[in-house]
Each structure stands twice: as structure tokens, then as C-alpha cells.
Design a protein around this ligand. Structure first.
Ligand code: ATP
Ligand code: MG
Length: 552
């Protein structure tokens, strides 16, 4: 899709109007993650929307960490988020921003509101505050501390800041309207006490700003013109606007909300993903079954397919659940076009070609990709012994050619890019298991049709027995066995699919992949798309996705 065909979403319409009216000359957006977990596919949507709007309008997008809650935040998350945004292919403007860079300024603005008699230090505890707040159907009551003189609030706020007030004993609240139908406007908390060090500001603060008091002001400092977030913040917008209207801010940002991306068969909540990690249901945040950016990357999903998928989704004013199959379509499409072909035998069965000299070997040069010359060629060594997949051989010679297009005794198959072979005899071990098939090549059939009277049942993949590498393959199924794991009464953990990981060792892969790098994607012919695992020791390939959607 070219730029001119891009559907104009409602935020772009607002931007168009703002540019036309001259309200805005340069579009500035931001992506504001809280560093309390790793980014997931939902964040990717937000990243694509924010960076995309900036790019489409010749503007810029900031990466800003919303690090206002040291309780749950960590540098590990900061670093992971930076890596993920970069890997997705986006470039933020200038230096990375941190809400914590603005703590001094926010404090000055808090003092300003106190002096304007628009904020006060309140000594109701959490329980009392709940009582005073009222409900959706009942108005709230004013705090008894609401009208204390500014000088008193200023002094108390300073005591809160330096750590001489106990946690929970006081808060700073905006003085708005306890009767507002919007509960967010009933004197919301601006600062709460946390006697806790912050990963960036150390011991400097014992109070930390609330999301609502911080976010719009951070936007204003950075000159953000269009502050785009998800729908759950719609009810916070009046408060966002109240701070913008009542503070002497350097700019006047505006907030717009769009629907969250949810995918079926997974969860997109950092809290739940963290629980999966903390309780060892998965290997870590980058477990290939996780819908995190780092998990998807380790799984072999490409950054471009994530971007294409996100761009294909509407930027709408309603939340929706997107079918995983839709995401998989983009993953498969990209890999089909870009992944090199290779052969890997997952369940090897030795085949000895009795009419092929033990001392002889050949090397077949084949394309790296059927229609991408730029992906070069590869060499397939061939000799007297090869492996095919156990599933590509059957002892049942009564199976019709139509039903079983693979090898049976007395019949022929084509080895992909090599000879037609025939199977003659089965060799078993003492337990009666098939350990080898003895057969023969049909001479002169490499790159050529079979001679008269011989017809291959089908084509199978193979590797040379002497010239291949041992590897392990990890196959993944969906992490949850139901479409909406977090709907319903029971915990989402009860819907974890116990069969989500299958590890197959003793696989045999084309020799050329013995030193595969973790950035290269492969199509293992007839099996699926794979990438070398970045974490495991040894030669381990993760299955990104099957060739076809055969999931039921
Ligand atoms: P979670 O609910 O997973 O904890 P969050 O909204 O608390 O996510 P933030 O770090 O605050 O996570 O999110 C950064 C930005 O990403 C926010 O603007 C938020 O609206 C957006 N975002 C988060 N989840 C989604 C989603 N599923 N779809 C689209 N945007 C999202
Ligand atoms: Mg959040």
C-alpha cells in the first residue's frame, strides 16, 4: 500500500484540520511506556500509530519513559524497551525522555496550583478518601482539608517531599469538583508519598506524581501536539485538559484515544505477562510463546511483519479482538518472501542407497529461494546414505499413491533437488522397530524426468547422513487453549495449553546451517519457518510458524 492509499484514520483527520487551521505547524507525538514490564504486541500497535503519525506528517516522535512509580519499575525494563523499539525499526527524536527528568518542574507546578488555591494537602487516609469520593450515582463530599490556606499546604508538601511524613498519611490533591459526574475530577491525587528510591533520581524524592498530574505536563514540556493513548484513558481526558488549562504550560497538548489491540489466544497485559514469568509458566519475558516483542523476535517473527500487521489494523474508537490468524498471515507472508530455503529432517530415518558407491559423493547446487536470486545458492552434499523423515515412509504398501505420496517398499519418490529413489527393504532392530530402509537411486534423474515406466509418488526432503548437522527443534503451539483466556470467572492461568512447547532433539539439518546466525530466517522445506535460537546453547531452531494455517 502506498502512502496515498493509506486510509485516513480519525487522528490523522484531526491533524489535517490542525495543520490547515495553523494550530499546529509541526506534529510531535510520543510513545510513553512505563518501564514495569516488557513491551507486547499491543504496544507495537501504539508504537506504529505514534511513530507513524509523526513520520506521515513530517514530524517527530519522542520515546518517553513514564517512570513515575519506582515501586514497579526497573532498568532491565528500560533497556529491553529501548532495544525493542529500535528493533521494530523506529527512530525517536533526540535523546530518550524520562518523566523523572521533569520532577523539579512538576513540583514547581504543584506549588503554583496550591498558590492559586487549586490544590491542597489532604490528610484523609486511603479508606476515608474512598468514603468521601462518592460513587457513580452519588456525589462525593469535600475533604475537611480542602480549604486550608496555601501556606499550610506548601509547608506540608515540602515535608512530604523531604520524607518527614509517613506513607499514606497525606496526599496532594487538585481542588476541582467533588460533585463531578466524572470521578476522575473529584479532587484527584497529584502526589503520593513513597519513601522509596527511584532508579534514576535516587533518594531525591519521597513523593511521586500521579499519572494524571504527570502525563499532560510531560507532553507540554516536550511540545507534544497530539498525545495519543488508548481508550481506557478517555475518562481521564477532562483532567488532562484541566491541568493544561490551569497551569502556565509551555504548550497546549491534546489527548486522543484509540482502541487497544487485543489478540485472541493470548493476553496483552503486562501484569499478566509478568505473572507468567514470575510463576515460571514460561521461560522468561522473551519466551517464544509470549506475545512480547522480545518473545516474537526470538520466535523468528520479523519486525516488518509486526509493522505490516499493525498498520493493517484500523485506528478505531472501539476496542476489538483481532484473530491471531490475521497476525499469522503477515508473519507467513513475509517469511515466504524472504526466508532462505533449507532442509531439516525432524525425525530421521536412515536410507541406504545400495547402488550408489560408498566412496562417491556429489554436491547439488540449488537456489537459496525459488524466486529471489539475491538470496544466492546453496550446496547440498549427497552420498550413499541419507536421512528422510520417518513420516515420509510407510510399511503399508497397500496405501494408494493418492493417499500416501511418500516412500513405500517397491515404489519411488523424488528427493527434493536430487535423485528419484526406490525403497527395497526394511531393516529392523531387535525390538522390531524400523531403523533403516535400503533402496536404490534411479540414475540420471537429478534435474530430469523419470525414465519411462517410473513415476515418483511425490517429493520428500532429505539430508546427507554423513554431511549434515545434528540439531534440536522447538515447536510451539498457542500458549492458551481458549480464545479468551482472561474472560470468564477462572484465572487465565487455568487455560495455559500444556502442549505449547514440543522439543525434538536428534534432528538433522543441512550442513550449511551448522553455523546459522540468529538473524537468518529459514523455511525448512515441508516443515515451516525457523530461526536459530538466540538463547540456547548448541544448534537449536525455533519454529516461527508452520507453512500453512493448519491450526484447528
Ligand atoms: P498494560 O495494560 O499491558 O500494562 P499499559 O497501557 O499499562 O499496558 P504502558 O507502558 O502504559 O502500558 O503503555 C504505553 C503505551 O502503549 C500507552 O500509550 C498505551 O496506551 C499503549 N498500549 C498499551 N497496551 C496497548 C494495546 N494493547 N494496544 C494498543 N496500545 C497499547
Ligand atoms: Mg499504563
Amino acid at each position: 500500500m502506498t502512502d496515498t492509499e493509506k486510509p485516513v484514520n480519525f487522528i490523522q483527520q484531526v491533524i489535517n484540520a490542525d495543520l490547515e487551521a495553523g494550530h499546529v505547524t509541526k506534529v510531535i507525538t510520543r510513545f510513553p511506556p512505563e518501564p514495569n514490564g516488557y513491551l507486547h504486541i499491543g504496544h507495537a500497535k501504539s508504537i506504529c500509530v505514534n511513530f507513524g503519525l509523526a513520520e506521515d506528517n513530517g514530524g517527530v516522535c519522542n520515546l518517553r519513559f513514564d517512570d513515575t512509580n519506582p515501586d514497579k519499575e526497573d532498568d532491565e525494563y528500560v533497556n529491553a524497551i529501548i532495544e525493542d523499539v529500535r528493533w521494530l525499526g523506529f527512530h525517536w527524536h533526540g535523546d530518550i525522555c524520562y518523566a523523572s527528568n521533569y520532577f523539579d518542574q512538576l513540583y514547581i507546578w504543584a506549588q503554583y496550583l496550591i498558590n492559586e488555591e487549586k490544590a491542597y494537602v489532604c490528610e484523609l487516609d486511603a479508606e476515608q478518601m474512598r468514603e468521601y469520593r462518592g460513587t457513580l450515582t452519588e456525589v462525593g463530599q469535600n475533604s475537611p482539608y480542602r480549604d486550608r490556606p496555601p501556606s499550610e499546604s506548601l509547608a506540608l508538601l515540602e515535608q512530604m517531599r523531604v520524607g518527614s511524613v509517613d506513607e499514606g498519611a497525606m496526599t496532594l490533591r487538585a481542588k476541582i469538583d467533588m460533585a463531578s459526574p466524572n470521578i476522575n475530577m473529584r479532587d484527584p491525587v497529584m502526589y503520593r508519598i513513597k519513601n522509596m528510591a527511584h532508579q534514576r533520581t535516587g533518594d531525591a524524592w519521597n513523593i511521586y506524581p500521579s499519572y494524571d498530574f504527570a502525563h499532560g505536563q510531560e507532553d507540554a514540556i516536550e511540545g507534544v501536539t497530539h498525545s495519543v493513548c488508548t481508550l481506557e484513558f478517555a475518562a481521564n481526558r477532562p483532567l488532562y485538559e484541566w491541568f493544561v488549562a490551569n497551569l502556565p504550560l509551555p504548550s497546549q497538548p491534546r489527548q486522543y484515544e484509540f482502541g487497544r489491540l487485543n489478540l485472541n489466544y493470548t493476553v496483552t497485559s503486562k501484569r499478566k505477562l509478568k505473572q507468567l514469568v514470575d510463576e515460571n509458566h514460561v521461560e522468561g519475558w522473551n519466551d517464544p510463546r509470549m506475545p512480547t516483542i522480545s518473545g516474537l523476535r526470538r520466535r523468528g517473527v520479523t519486525a516488518s511483519s509486526i509493522r505490516e500487521f499493525c498498520d493493517s489494523l484500523a485506528v478505531a474508537k472501539t476496542d476489538g479482538v483481532v484473530d491471531m490468524a490475521q497476525f499469522e498471515h503477515f508473519i507467513r507472508d513475509d517469511l515466504n518472501n524472504n526466508a532462505r530455503r533449507a532442509m531439516c529432517v525432524l525425525r530421521p530415518l536412515l536410507v541406504t542407497l545400495a547402488n550408489y558407491d560408498a566412496g562417491k559423493s556429489e554436491a547439488f547446487v540449488v537456489a537459496g529461494h525459488p524466486n529471489r536470486d539475491d538470496l544466492g545458492e546453496r550446496t547440498l552434499p549427497f552420498g550413499r546414505q541419507i536421512y528422510i523423515d520417518r513420516n515420509d515412509f510407510s510399511e503399508d504398501t497397500t496405501l494408494s499413491r493418492k493417499k500416501f505420496k511418500r516412500l513405500v517398499i517397491g515404489d519411488y519418490v523424488r528427493l527434493r533437488s536430487a535423485y528419484i529413489i526406490r525403497a527395497d527393504e526394511i531393516i529392523r532392530n531387535d525390538a522390531g522397530d524400523i531403523i533403516e530402509v535400503v533402496g536404490a537411486v534411479v540414475p540420471d534423474t537429478v534435474g530430469r524426468d523419470a525414465p519411462e515406466g517410473i513415476k515418483a509418488r511425490g517429493v520428500v526432503h532429505w539430508v546427507s547422513a554423513s554431511d549434515s548437522a545434528d540439531c534440536t527443534v522447538q515447536l510451539y503451539d498457542r500458549l492458551f487453549s481458549v480464545a479468551a483466556p482472561d474472560a470468564g470467572e477462572s484465572s487465565f492461568l487455568e487455560h495455559i495449553n500444556p502442549q505449547s512447547l514440543t522439543v525434538i532433539s536428534g534432528c538433522k539439518v543441512e550442513a550449511g546451517l551448522a553455523n546459522a546466525v540468529t538473524e537468518d530466517h529459514y523455511q525448512f522445506e515441508r516443515e515451516g519457518y525457523f530461526i536459530r535460537d538466540s538463547v540456547s546453547q548448541g544448534l537449536v531452531f525455533n519454529c516461527t510458524i508452520g507453512l500453512r494455517d493448519n491450526w484447528k
